[in-house]
Design a protein around this ligand. Sequence first.
Ligand SMILES: NC(=O)c1ccc[n+]([C@@H]2O[C@H](COP(=O)([O-])OP(=O)(O)OC[C@H]3O[C@@H](n4cnc5c(N)ncnc54)[C@H](OP(=O)(O)O)[C@@H]3O)[C@@H](O)[C@H]2O)c1
Length: 353
Amino acid sequence: MRRIALLGATGSIGRQAIEIIDAHPELELVAAASGSQPIDGLAPLTQVGGDLVGLLERADPDVVLNAVVGFAGLPATLWTLERGADLALANKESLVAAGQLALAAWKRGGGRLLPVDSEHSALHQCLENRSAETIESLVLTASGGPFRGRNRDELANVTPEEALAHPTWSMGPKITIDSATLANKGLELIEAHFLFGVPYEQIEIVVHPSSVVHSIVRFRDGAALAHLGYPDMRVPISYALTYPERAATPVPALDLAGGLTLEFLAPDADTFPMITLAREAGVRGCTFPCAFNAANEVAVAAFLAGRIGFLEIAETVERTLDTVSGAPAARLDELTACDAEARRIAETALQPA
Ligand SMILES: NC(=O)c1ccc[n+]([C@@H]2O[C@H](COP(=O)([O-])OP(=O)(O)OC[C@H]3O[C@@H](n4cnc5c(N)ncnc54)[C@H](OP(=O)(O)O)[C@@H]3O)[C@@H](O)[C@H]2O)c1
């Protein structure tokens, strides 16, 4: 029996995780948390808002599935890694913001860190714990979002409703906007760096509109291993919750003979500058990735509230990164202060639509 605490139980990942848990008698939901929606009776221990670490202390789970959105998921990520429980990590923002702290906690705790992000789950499966020296590069695929092929002029007046209409994935609003700006791929770039210990210059990003290839590892011997499947988050969720058993899911097998074609393109960095901004923040290190994430969260919320236009999301992040100190943080309270500083600067940098 694997005792699971599910954080973010009412979200897109959370609901799909419940489906997986319900289908497998060896998985037991012992605790669940949401931000504001009621979840009475979902698990023996439930909590709406408040301190997630307190809930985890009480539940003492074998596996924590962190599917909270945003920086709010960070204390739970650090607690789980430090404790040595297994962490099924959907909340990429916590690893981006606190990469060094999280890696140190993971090393001390000694549990498993299983990515739920489909691209990183794919990399985890292609890598199978091979050492970093065997890797030539990691290739993250991006669908390109709903605005692939458009130029900057065509994006100036797009609405939140248009940005929320993702062509291949059905997800929560924040990650859907991140997919439209390609900030999501920027976050994933930093996430991959910390998860797999690969330098930024060895992590590529390609646009792959159908989202069938979830990632590719190029090895030093010339071989490239790709992970394929229909875009369905139940596969990486199930992989993480049942690792290493690979339990069955209801997701159908790929129909290879039915006309499957695989198209790959370079991202349009002029129209979608967020990957470049994330890469620069990652290479600068210290708390620049934390500031990238914080500014993006502020800007996405402002865009969804109709306070700024689509193009101003990246502009807000760029102005914030130009202003923050990026000072290193050795503890959670220092990192939280950097996050707060970046949010204040980003709020000031917002230019009304
Ligand atoms: N959706 C996907 O396909 C997908 C794929 C890869 C990675 N991810 C990552 O997975 C995470 C979740 O994404 P999502 O699409 O599932 O988001 P979502 O649908 O917006 O759900 C977010 C969840 O987080 C909860 N939450 C927010 N703030 C909280 C807090 N302070 N304490 C406890 N719970 C809180 C929400 O509760 P309420 O409903 O009560 O507000 C909700 O259950 C994100 O980091 C995202 O980047 C998602």
